[in-house]
Design a protein around this ligand. Structure first.
Ligand code: V47
Length: 370
């Protein structure tokens, strides 16, 4: 830790004392941290919290991403992945195509399969149930983390049933957990500009609340570095923190730096490296009730993700293999990382690699869990 005199000179004396005492930071504290010109000082506070929670452990998962389709009715301006039905580049996997992707990697010691797509205009819920069952049949031991809260609300609308019914049916078909996507920025002002057709921030939180109430845990994300203000980022973090106080269902928070290439957000370049690290640090400091912060190497780039481990992050995500959402938007990170590469990156950063599953259970803790 840096000495208190440093924080005094930066006007962060009170924040320093709160962090040391494990007290909750308010939105004004968060703004002071964002506005602090000394990145190292903000990072040191976040690192202290990360060290207290996780020591030198840094987590990773051996996983596989599958996108079943990029056909989407929403038309979000920040998304380079989406296509309209029939548009060049649109794709849609059948259940047996998904099975084929699983078969291709049956030799790999995968513990998590991450499946998401767009809001497809006419795929029915029974297709997604069949997809989950098909994955489960081939890979009975893995955890399936699938479908964002936005997709779930969309399935409910297409099906004409309550969200709760969709949640119950997906769980019965084999879903273990929800990924954190679709949250973007909850601010209605920014959503009206970037993704007016998409489920609202309130709606996203409502779906997650219901999932958590049914015992389905999830992650949470924040897309940053586009049209949002610092205050809107903090309101987003605060909304997650308040829901987490109610349900305790969020496992990991993932700040996603906006990748600008091939998107319809012209003239916006995405956050700077300093902004990325500060946002990760402020997230760690504000989200005192969410255990893990992910440095998602796909969007940050491998080198920045490694540095982020010193700015409050304790997880690197995983091997991934076939990632489309970030790479179609110009992310210049690798296509995949092998387990040995992830472990080496973590060691080089001065931490101890710990393999986890999607719930952050480590092998010893999860032995025999499934
Ligand atoms: O919801 C879309 C974002 C998300 C862009 O839960 C973009 O473990 C940056 O949520 N630039 C999908 N981001 C990815 C995601 C995720 C990834 C890895 C792990 C987990 C988890 C979740 O990507 C979308 C959206 O917020 N996104 N376009 C873009 N141009």
């Amino acid at each position: 830790m840096l000495p208190i005199s440093v924080y005094k000179s930066l006007g962060l004396e009170q924040v320093f004392h709160k962090v040391m005492a494990g007290e909750r930071l308010d939105l004004e504290d968060g703004l002071r941290l964002f506005q602090c010109p000394d990145l190292g000082a903000v990072g040191a506070l976040a690192h202290e919290v990360r060290r207290r929670r996780h020591g030198r452990s840094t987590y990773y998962v051996v996983n596989q991403h599958i996108n079943y389709s990029n056909i989407c009715v929403n038309g979000c301006l920040f998304c380079a992945f989406r296509r309209r039905k029939g548009e060049p580049g649109a794709f849609e996997l059948t259940v047996s195509d998904v099975q084929e992707k699983i078969r291709e990697r049956l030799q790999d010691p995968i513990t998590e399969i991450h499946i998401v797509g767009g809001c497809h205009p006419d795929l029915r819920l029974e297709t997604f149930e069949a997809m989950l069952r098909a994955v489960r049949e081939l890979r009975p031991g893995v955890h399936i983390k699938a479908f964002t809260a936005v997709e779930v609300a969309h399935f409910a609308r297409v099906e004409g049933v309550p969200v709760r019914e969709v949640l119950v049916r997906l769980k019965a078909a084999g879903l273990d957990m929800f990924p954190g996507g679709g949250a973007e920025i909850f601010s209605p002002r920014v959503r009206a500009l970037l993704c007016p057709q998409k489920l609202s921030g309130e709606g996203w939180l409502r779906v997650m609340r219901e999932a958590h109430e049914l015992g389905i845990q999830s992650n949470a994300t924040m897309l940053f570095g586009h049209a949002e203000t610092l205050e809107e980022r903090l309101e987003h973090l605060d909304a997650l923190r308040r829901l987490q106080d109610e349900t305790g269902g969020f496992v990991c928070f993932i700040p996603l730096p906006f990748q600008a290439k091939n998107t319809d957000l012209k003239g916006i370049r995405g956050p700077t490296g300093v902004d990325e690290l500060k946002t990760i640090a402020v997230s760690r400091l504000m989200l005192d009730n969410i255990p893990h912060i992910k440095a998602y190497w796909v969007m940050l780039g491998v080198k920045q993700a490694q540095v982020a481990l010193h700015f409050g992050a304790d997880d690197l995500d995983g091997t991934v293999v076939e990632e489309k959402i970030g790479h179609m938007a110009g992310a210049d990170s690798e296509e995949f990382l092998r387990r040995e590469q992830l472990e080496e990156l973590i060691r080089q950063a001065g931490f101890d690699p710990v393999e986890r599953n999607c719930f952050f259970e480590t092998p010893a803790a999860s032995a025999g869990a499934k």
